[in-house]
Design a protein around this ligand. Structure first.
Ligand SMILES: [Zn+2]
Length: 174
């Protein structure tokens, strides 16, 4: 399962990568990721607090992705609350842009997390957030962007998880 997929809008590729990573090694993983994906960001991105907020937003967005994938969980409400709480923490509010359009922005010094929240907001506003999904395969649960026309994909990959699932159904039938 690739980190980046063809068809993901370029503006969302950082968010795509963030959701795709599982940050198993915690703080060290976060720092490696930040250096790779946000090379121009301030020192503040590699603090413990940026890491903590980053992981909170990661969990919150993944629970919303589960809902996008039709896997209803009780975490969805908590995910939304965490998302809103962190958006408030980072002082994200609507601003009127020069072009007369409303944009969401924050005037806080960025620690990296704020750009991830803004990207998620943008995906939600433009209606593409529903394409950020989690693989239905219980042993996988990889995050992916579903760029297919109908946005009806279920697995991260038809070759791996999709066929594994098909085999299982076939065995159950016979
Ligand atoms: Zn999968």
């Amino acid at each position: 399962m690739p980190e980046h997929r063809t068809g993901t809008p370029a503006r969302l590729s950082q968010l795509e990568s963030f959701l795709w990573h599982d940050f198993d090694a915690g703080f060290d993983d976060w720092n490696v990721w930040v250096r790779r994906k946000m090379p121009h960001s301030a020192e503040a991105t590699t603090t413990k607090s940026a890491f903590r907020y980053g992981m909170q937003i990661h969990a919150a967005l993944r629970s919303l992705q589960a809902a996008n994938s039709g896997m209803a969980t009780s975490n969805e409400v908590a995910g939304r609350e965490t998302f809103n709480r962190l958006a408030a923490h980072y002082g994200i509010r609507p601003r009127l842009g020069e072009d007369g359009l409303i944009v969401l922005a924050s005037d806080r010094p960025t620690d990296g997390v704020v750009s991830l929240i803004l990207a998620a907001f943008e995906a939600m506003q433009t209606g593409v957030w529903k394409r950020f999904k989690l693989c239905r395969e219980p042993t996988c649960r990889a995050s992916y962007y579903d760029a297919s026309k109908a946005a009806a994909k279920t697995w991260c990959s038809m070759d791996t998880c999709g066929s594994r699932n098909k085999m299982r159904r076939y065995r159950a039938k016979t």
